[in-house]
Design a protein. Structure first.
Length: 643
């Protein structure tokens, strides 16, 4: 099966059935190959044995087709004549190179021709019907069955006798007489001077190379195999068939299961074909909801409808401008963006979900940053599908994400409930889960409500109120400029009172002017520094308001320090934008600035802009930022101020 078929087309149940059949078949094959490895005494790996048998026994088809081709032959085979042949000693690559030598082939043929002449002249042996091998087998069979012990005898008729009445026959009445006859006839052959001369020519070629001496040692002790070497490929085939014959039980288990599994697989494939409507539903969901540079279709729809093809295949129609071209999956992946590759992967997820939904399976889905790397169009397509999943009674979702925008969206679309959401925090000693907070509009839902009675949230509100005034009244508004002086060290920063801050709040929100801060005896900047210092001893956690106050205090401390070092009020008064960076650039150019001091100021400059300029839509950096680092930077700044 193709990757598309195995992962997308067959439903979960059918795929498991299909995979189980393959697993059992592979198990039986491996067992057979292991037995053949042992019988052949080879060092070949199972995969190499499989490949050799396939190539020897069949041209087109796989290993199982090769086994099926010889099944009847193995069943009807009377013996395993070559089962004792040690495979590696005869069929190693160096020996095969030897047989490609024309001189060696010529010498071998001369030896075989002379051997056949001697066998033909033997009184009782024949090269075809009653060879040494047959005689040895007859001897072993008679001994094993107690033939002579039962007072039976064997009448051997001389091949040269003309009639049955000819007295050129020999009666064998015991095991030793039969063995003596076999040895006598064998010696007549092996001691023939002509044959020995022919063998010496073969021997000379074999022993010339050290890699073939092992072959020589074996074949010189078993010369009966030399005639087989005239066609070494055929001899190798016969040898493997002999190995298979002595492992016939395992062989038949494998081939019988292969035959029965073909019917089972056929039924599964037919059922997979009936899944076409489900497939089309998933493809329609993908094509209609996801914005990618390719369109999915079922490539072989007509062949499927006509029954000419069993399984659908995916086609990828790649689009670039007005050009359209069908492209294979490998080439497609090379041109897709990361987001588009993820969208293609989600196709697998969609099909799995649809199958589980239709089957009514109880399922827990763990979804980890699924929308990462997607543009907003595809991100919302995923969220829409997650929403549909959340409405399936038997589905449960656990969503993991670092993306706060994604978090807010799944909350607003009703995919999750804010009350069930947690934020994970890792400290040096533990990983802690806490209820999610500070993500769903914290200013409106929390800070604003406690502006007058909670000093920490009062200070944390300053960036929000400043943003809101900027959007509605512009940068020339007096309140906007006063709040800017609480985020940057200006000439009036120290003079802004709690009443000034109350007035800005009451004026902008139309609140009752009787509302007043609980800290009227302090300037706002004093309150900022006090609150920042008190936060240093608090444990690590979400602490959005704490991080905001620390960030504001860090910037003010850093700018104040740089201004004191620069000591040029005229330069400072000319700065109209990006004050922190402008100060740092001037500060870094001073000759007498210590490098360690510069590192502290640099840390403050680099991390606070994203933390301070926040609004209701984008303040992820400060939520994701560890307050441990913020606290350390503020401690370093306090140390600089003291020094």
């Amino acid at each position: 099966m193709t990757e598309e078929v195995s992962t997308l087309l067959v439903n979960s149940s059918l795929r498991k059935q299909y995979e189980k059949i393959h697993a059992v078949l592979e198990e039986k094959k491996d067992d057979l190959l292991q037995k053949l490895k042992k019988s052949s005494k080879t060092r070949l790996k199972n995969a190499d044995i499989e490949e050799k048998i396939q190539k020897l026994l069949i041209r087109d088809g796989d290993f199982f087709d090769a086994l099926m081709r010889i099944k009847d032959e193995i069943i009807n085979k009377e013996d395993a004549r070559y089962a004792s042949v040690p495979y590696d000693r005869i069929f190693n690559p160096k020996v095969r190179q030897l047989f490609q030598d024309s001189e060696f082939q010529k010498s071998l043929k001369q030896y075989v021709n002379r051997l056949n002449e001697l066998l033909d002249s033997s009184d009782f042996f024949s090269r075809d019907s009653f060879s040494y091998y047959n005689a040895e087998n007859v001897k072993k069979t008679l001994e094993a069955n107690g033939f002579f012990k039962a007072n039976h005898s064997v009448l051997l008729r001389n091949k040269k006798s003309a009639t049955k009445d000819d007295n050129s026959s020999l009666t064998i009445e015991n095991d030793s007489e039969l063995e003596e006859l076999i040895n006598s006839e064998r010696n007549k052959v092996s001691e023939d001077a002509g044959l020995r001369k022919k063998f010496q020519a073969v021997e000379k070629k074999i022993t010339k190379n050290s890699d073939t001496r092992d072959f020589y040692e074996y074949i010189s002790s078993n010369p009966q195999y030399l005639p087989e070497l005239i066609d070494i490929d055929l001899f190798e085939e016969k040898t493997w068939k002999s190995y298979i014959k002595i492992n016939q039980e395992s062989f038949l288990e494998t081939t019988d299961f292969f035959e029965s599994s073909r019917e089972q697989k056929k039924e599964i494939e037919e059922e997979a074909l009936r899944q076409e409507t489900k497939w089309e539903k998933v493809i329609d969901i993908f094509n209609n909801r996801f914005y990618v540079s390719f369109t999915l279709t079922i490539k072989n729809r007509i062949g499927m409808v006509l029954g000419q093809e069993k399984l659908p295949q995916l086609s990828f129609d790649f689009s670039e401008g007005e050009e359209h071209q069908e492209i294979n999956k490998t080439d497609l992946l090379s041109v897709l963006s990361t987001g588009e590759k993820k969208a293609l992967y989600i196709l697998n997820v969609l099909f799995e979900m649809e199958e589980r939904k239709s089957a009514g399976e109880e399922t827990v889905f763990v979804v980890d940053d699924i929308a990462d790397s997607f543009d907003y169009k595809n991100k919302y397509a995923i969220i829409q599908y997650l929403k549909e999943m959340s409405e399936v009674p038997q589905f449960r979702l656990i969503l993991l994400t670092h993306n706060f925008d994604f978090f807010r969206t799944v909350d607003q679309r009703g995919v999750v409930s804010y009350k069930t959401c947690k934020i994970a925090y890792k400290t040096d000693s533990e990983v802690r889960l806490e209820d999610a907070k500070g993500i769903n509009n914290p200013f409106i839902n929390d800070f604003k409500k406690h502006f007058f009675d909670d000093s920490l949230k009062r200070v944390a509100s300053v960036p929000f109120i400043r943003n809101l005034i900027e959007y509605t009244r512009g940068v020339d508004d007096r309140g906007y400029n006063q709040l800017t002086s609480l985020l940057h060290w200006k000439s009036d920063t120290s003079d802004i009172s709690q009443k000034d801050l109350d007035d800005i709040f009451n004026d902008f929100f139309g609140a009752d002017e009787t509302f007043a801060s609980i800290d009227n005896d302090k300037s706002v900047v004093q309150l900022i520094f006090e609150q920042a210092k008190s936060e240093l001893s608090k444990p690590e956690g979400p602490n959005l308001e704490s991080k905001l106050v620390l960030s504001v205090a860090i910037r003010l401390k850093a700018e104040k320090y740089m201004i004191s070092c620069i000591a040029d009020s005229r330069f400072v008064s000319t700065i109209t934008k990006n004050q922190t960076y402008a100060l740092f650039k001037k500060f870094s150019s001073l000759d007498d600035v210590d490098e360690d001091v510069k590192k502290v100021i640099s840390s403050a400059v680099l991390m606070t802009p994203e933390s301070i300029h926040v609004n209701a839509f984008m303040y992820e950096p400060i939520i994701d930022l560890s307050d441990v680092h913020l606290k350390q930077v503020y401690k370093d700044l306090l140390e600089l101020s003291v020094n």
